[in-house]
Unconditional design. Structure first.
Length: 137
């Protein structure tokens, strides 16, 4: 009698099922990683735009009068940027410098997955010189 050497149909089907499930798990992980990278890239782009707004305020305020509140809406990415220049609060530890410093607060709001998101950046800037003070220099 001759003995057949090889795999049975059941063994081949089980091996294929194990291989298929392993490939599905790996491809699912890859897809989630890719989606996370895209989401993080959007977040980094929004942070960059907020930082750019802070730098614009700092540069413009030194050269010209800047409005105390400025609202800017961007379409791509969908982002609303609100820039506010505030006085130093009386209870702040910087109250001794209130005539020389100002707070710059930049708030960005957007929607991600239907939920509102918000980020606030705060910087300290030197108060721009008045015309009288510029004349003394």
């Amino acid at each position: 009698m001759k003995k057949n050497v090889g795999f049975t149909l059941i063994e081949v089907l089980i091996a294929m099922a194990i291989l298929t499930s392993a490939i599905l798990i790996v491809s699912n992980l890859e897809l989630r990683s890719f989606l996370r990278i895209v989401r993080d890239r959007d977040e980094i782009e929004k942070i960059f735009l907020l930082k750019q707004s802070v730098y614009n305020v700092l540069l413009k305020a030194q050269n010209e009068k800047f409005k105390n509140k400025n609202i800017q809406k961007l379409e791509k990415p969908e982002l609303s940027i609100t820039t506010v220049i505030e006085e130093i609060p009386p209870k702040s530890s910087l109250k001794d410098y209130k005539d020389k410093l100002r707070f710059v607060k930049v708030q960005g709001t957007w929607k991600r997955d239907g939920y509102p998101q918000e980020m606030v950046l705060t910087a300290v800037m030197l108060r721009p010189l008045d015309d009288k003070e510029k004349g003394k220099l």
